[in-house]
Ligand binder design. Structure first.
Ligand code: GCW
Length: 827
């Protein structure tokens, strides 16, 4: 008995971080603090929580503080609705506190949502006041106080006013009514299922809490490729349930709409925005929605883009389209977010003057000043489409009289789809801090936008994103929208402490990996402004260097035998650079001053062109790919050192994810390097490209049942070829010819999503490893997206050993193999 108690006691003392965690609680875990920290805060946190006001967000704040203090400090706050003279945490809007707790003499000038944390000493009591101009701000202040406790910031003698960087801080969801999510990587929709709202909205409630904790005050809940059904009465009543669920968290609901609705849903013969019947239809539809959801945030509209209908059908302008809806929303205080993502996806690629990057500015420049004041032009941060590196969109600088929002993509569409760890805040900061030089004065993008919108796409997966580390992107988006001046390091440091605890080694490693991850991903995907060299006409995931060429989508990089890059100069190219103010255009226009990172976005140059770094373009392409893959291998090693410092479950899951990424980074490295090596004809000065000591191509092994097949695109497989099993069981065998010693045996195989093949690896008669290919990668094809890696560490090999892989296909999957690599054992 005694020993059981001692054991339980020990268990209780173990830092919470070591218990298995699913990731569901994200940065809101309120895990017990270690002894030193909790002693400090137990002293500073009074025993009373005095709450003034019954508004739902204030009540959410009360509950949050109660839960947070209980979780982190093991103390149950006493709840009061008045001041007793004893020290207390005091919660309420400024108006309520002035009326109901006048003895605190609070006075401040606060904008909506801003909060004030203020320590007041009165009559021997210490009052930690959390107040704001509105109830939502009180909630934000409460989260801020809890955050301070969790990360070890002082909470005594507070006098901190925090004002949001923009009044509108929204996320957009690309969720479809059937429960799928366009570009969602964290499972099905938390909102929709089989054509209607989910029965249980528990997740939605918990999501509202997450959003509130980072200051997000609006969410659009359906895909911008909008289904008109969302404006039907039946759906409107479901939207009302979502709004009721999110309201206590101060989060407004918004809807994406289809511009042709007056015709497709309303039965009118037209959706011409200037037609009086259409004007009346929008007005009455909007009135109907606001009767159900009086605080609806408004609408998001994707028109005349990627096949969506828009005002061009009637030769009307985007302003005509936006304003007709804006006027219907105006009496209700709603906004229309009109997307600037308008371009022609059937452009003639042969015309060297055509340029998708120009589209946003070309479409909206002439309309500057003709939008109503509740229209916000929602502009993707770069001129193309969330690529790994783009300049800031020139449209931010063009629109002065029109409100604009910056659209950032939290979901990692072109950024590894939550299978690769990529922390996006450093990239977003480059866009936000970019100086547009409007009227030749310092004008960072963040000073030009009045709203922040993040494409969020969390789903039903336990960790919301399908990857623990990707949570940092939503966290970072919210924190940046609130305080665009925070540094990436500050943001990721906060996030790491909240999510994984304050262990210094864990904090250092995780922040280090996160902060370098964008550059790393860029290095092994598309450096120098090439954009993500992925399959742009398919899943946007694996590598396919030429996928962006010779089609109308306009993501061209124009690599050929002589050179690479898009000539976007004003002098001889597409003129895109001329859309920037002269101060910016001058920098990009000249090869002398154009930064290396964007060189190939702005210029077409020969492969031998020498960068500012002193390297040639081609050598940089090779080097960065090798460096990128090396860095990911390093992440795996660094992560291994955290065993025991991070709870086992998340440790294992992140480890598996990084291992996978390490394998994929090699697939990318080899594919891009080989493609450029073949196209340019210029060898790698370091002799690595095309030379893989220890690699044995599957097609060169002795095959039984396996058949060699060419892979498309050719760079997606080592040696351009894979072997596929066309009978019930196949084998591929090789004889080890190297030195005796400990080796890691790496099997590169293909794991498509329509079958679960089995593999076994034997050395002689000894079964060394057995695995199944059951991943759900976004492809049924044997290509770079399905390329996967099995590492069998620490195998004692002798010359002459026979290594045999047995593959058993299943469903549409052919147990395909790419190569085996035998390397010095790493451990
Ligand atoms: O990035 C592209 C995506 C589309 C998306 C579109 C958009 C919702 O590939 O899936 O459609 O952008 O932003 O509208």
């Amino acid at each position: 008995m005694k020993s059981t108690l001692a054991f339980l006691f020990l268990l209780f003392l173990t830092p919470a971080a070591l218990h298995a965690e699913s990731g569901y609680n994200t940065w809101l875990r309120y895990a017990p603090l270690d002894n030193a920290a909790s002693a400090k805060y137990r002293e500073a946190v009074p025993s009373i929580l005095a709450v003034f006001g019954t508004q739902a967000p204030v009540q959410s704040a009360r509950q949050e503080l109660t839960d947070g203090v209980r979780g982190m400090l093991g103390r149950n706050l006493r709840q009061e609705s008045r001041l007793t003279g004893d020290s207390a945490i005091v919660l309420g809007t400024l108006d309520d506190l002035r009326k109901l707790a006048p003895q605190l003499s609070l006075a401040a000038d606060l904008v909506p949502d801003a909060y004030w944390l203020k320590t007041v000493q009165r009559d021997g009591g210490t009052f930690t006041v959390i107040t704001a101009q509105n109830d939502r701000g009180v909630l934000y202040g409460s989260f801020a106080l809890l955050r301070k406790i969790a990360i070890g910031d002082p909470i005594i003698n507070l006098d901190e006013k925090q004002t949001p960087g923009a009044a509108i801080r929204w996320v957009n969801h690309w969720d479809n009514i059937d429960g799928t999510i366009e570009r969602g990587y964290g499972g099905p929709s938390i909102f929709w299922e089989n054509g209607r709202l989910r029965e249980s909205l528990d997740r939605v409630r918990d999501y509202g809490r997450m959003l509130a904790s980072i200051g997000i005050n609006g969410v659009s809940i359906n895909n911008v490729n909008a289904n008109t059904r969302f404006l039907e009465p039946e759906l409107i009543s479901q939207v009302r349930r979502v709004a009721d669920t999110l309201r206590p968290w101060g989060v407004k609901v918004a809807l994406s709409i289809d511009f042709s609705s007056p015709r497709s849903l309303g039965g009118l013969s037209t959706f011409d925005p200037l037609d009086p019947g259409v004007v009346a239809w929008w007005k009455s539809k909007v009135d109907e929605i606001y009767r159900a959801v009086p605080d609806l945030g408004g609408f998001v509209l994707k028109a005349d883009s990627e096949g969506r209908l828009g005002p061009s059908a009637y030769k009307r302008t985007h302003a005509d389209a936006a304003n007709v809806i804006a006027r219907a929303l105006k009496p209700h205080g709603g906004f229309i977010f009109y997307r600037g993502f308008v371009y022609d996806n059937k452009m003639d690629w042969r015309n060297l003057k055509n340029d998708r990057a120009r589209a946003a500015d070309d479409n909206f420049r002439a309309l500057e000043g003709s939008f109503d004041d509740n229209v916000v032009i929602q502009i993707k941060h770069g001129p193309i489409d969330f690529q790994v590196r783009e300049p800031a969109s020139p449209l931010f600088g063009t629109l002065q009289k029109t409100k604009s929002a910056i659209e950032l993509q939290i979901t990692q569409e072109y950024m590894g789809q939550a299978r690769h760890l990529v922390f996006l805040v450093p990239m977003w900061k480059e866009a936000l801090d970019f100086d547009m030089r409007v009227r030749d004065r310092r004008t960072p993008v963040k000073s030009l936008v009045s709203a922040f919108v993040g494409v969020s796409n969390v789903g039903m997966s336990e960790s919301w994103f399908g990857n623990h580390m990707s949570q940092a992107n939503l966290y970072g988006f919210g924190r940046l929208a609130w305080s665009p001046d925070l540094t990436s390091r500050q943001i990721v440091d906060e996030w790491t402490r909240l999510t994984f605890g304050n262990d210094p080694a864990a904090v250092e490693t995780i922040t280090g990996i996160q902060l370098t991850s964008w550059r790393t991903y860029e290095n092994y995907t598309g450096p120098l402004g090439l954009q993500t060299l992925t399959d742009i006409v398919g899943n946007h995931y694996g590598v396919a260097v030429e996928a962006s060429e010779r089609n109308g989508w306009g993501q061209w990089h124009r690599a050929d035998e002589q050179g690479v890059g898009m000539n976007r100069t004003a002098a001889s190219g597409t003129g895109f650079i001329g859309q920037f103010s002269p101060g910016v255009a001058r920098i990009y226009e000249s090869l002398e001053t154009c930064p290396d990172d964007l060189l190939l976005f702005m210029h077409h140059v020969p492969y031998t062109h020498v960068l500012h770094s002193g390297k040639s373009v081609i050598q940089h392409i090779y080097d960065s790919h090798y460096e990128g893959a090396e860095t990911v291998a390093g992440y795996v090693r660094q992560w291994k050192a955290l065993r025991g410092r991070v709870d086992d479950r998340r440790y294992d899951e992140v480890y598996a994810q990084l291992e996978y990424q390490a394998g994929q980074s090699i697939v990318w490295r080899d594919a891009v390097s080989n493609w450029f090596r073949q196209t340019s004809g210029i060898p790698d000065a370091q002799g690595r490209v095309g030379r893989h000591p220890g690699r044995i191509e599957a097609e060169a092994m002795s095959l039984s049942g396996y058949v060699a097949r060419a892979v498309t695109p050719w760079e997606a497989a080592s040696g351009q070829t894979a072997v596929e099993c066309e009978t019930a069981t196949c084998t591929a065998t090789l004889r080890y010819a190297g030195e005796p010693g400990w080796r890691d045996v790496i099997v590169q195989y293909f794991d498509v999503n329509n079958g679960v093949s089995r593999f076994r690896l034997w050395v002689g008669s000894q079964l060394m490893s057995e695995w199944i290919a059951d991943d759900r990668v976004p492809t049924r094809r044997v290509d770079s997206s399905s390329s996967a890696r099995r590492v069998i560490p620490g195998v004692a090999l002798r010359p002459g050993d026979e290594i045999r892989i047995e593959g058993i296909p299943n469903g549409g999957e052919t147990a395909a193999l790419d190569y085996v690599e035998i390397a010095e054992a790493e451990n």
